[in-house]
Design a protein around this ligand. Sequence first.
Ligand code: ZN
Length: 353
Amino acid sequence: MDISEILIPGDTPGVEWRLPVFRFTGSDAAAPKVYIQAALHASELPGTALLHFLLQRLEQAERDGAVAGDIVVVPHANPIGAAQWQYGDLEGRFDFASRTNFNRDFPLISARDRETLLDDIDSYRATDRLKRHLLHMALGADLVLDLHCDDESLQYAYIDEAFWPEAEDLAAALEMEAVLLSDGESSAFEEAVGFAWKYAVPGEKKTPLPGKLAVTVELRGTRDVYPEMARKDAEGLWHFLAVRGVVSDSSVKLPAFSGPATPLDNIEIVRTPAAGTILFHRNIGEVVNKGDLLATIISKPGSADGATDVFAPQLGLILTRFSGRFARARGDLMKIVCDSPSAAVRKPGTLED
Ligand SMILES: [Zn+2]
């Protein structure tokens, strides 16, 4: 295992960020190359915990001569965001300086222009330098996993239709309870990787992309950071690497993925009609019918007309739930995975800002 650091000068004097990168050199040049990062949203730590255990497993595999493909691991991809605390809370998702989501505004380039990402790198501010380094590393791989988590959530992933159903093995390995099939129309990290491959010849869109994968994995919720979960997820990712021939482990047999694979248009984002205290009646993992009571919002405590009920728009599986208990009007309460398209109009791209 080779450990190095990418140095990123801060935008103010006296500041420099250090990004540790772990590399394993595979024995088989024909095996898939892998890039895995976690905590690009700096407060989403289930993936960092997973990679802590996976790196130990990979070190053992290296000693055993069982690493076939090159593997690059960045266990905490965002040291800039990890330092951005305000009044005791880690923001992690949006950069204080630019107000930009750390997982948006990745450069949309062709894979053949990969090396240009680092051209004139000193001319970019720290967050853009970070994004360019991350994308540069990812575009050296065939399989790219970006490990995130949701708020309160089941295990799921956003997977571009260009990689489906080939990526069912990842969904099975991590025991995902749903896969959300995305359209690849954003500047999120994973979609910038997919874009680069689709437009390997600029102007000529190529899809599907067999043998490739760029995915955003949502490893449950922000508080789901426990040793047994992280070890289990690391084991799952090891199984995925084994079935793809990145590591050698003939004992691995994956079951078929049995969960739903659902287009983003079929995700109901349930929003609160009013500001107030949230009383949830239903939890993640539950299947609800159209019209079921999901939550009550107490907007005028003590008043006879002070509470508003929120109902399920259609039959579906509650995938995620807001962890706060006070809502602003039009705040997101839940994502529900449904069989039919939502009546709400969705713009192409990501579900959330
Ligand atoms: Zn995230």
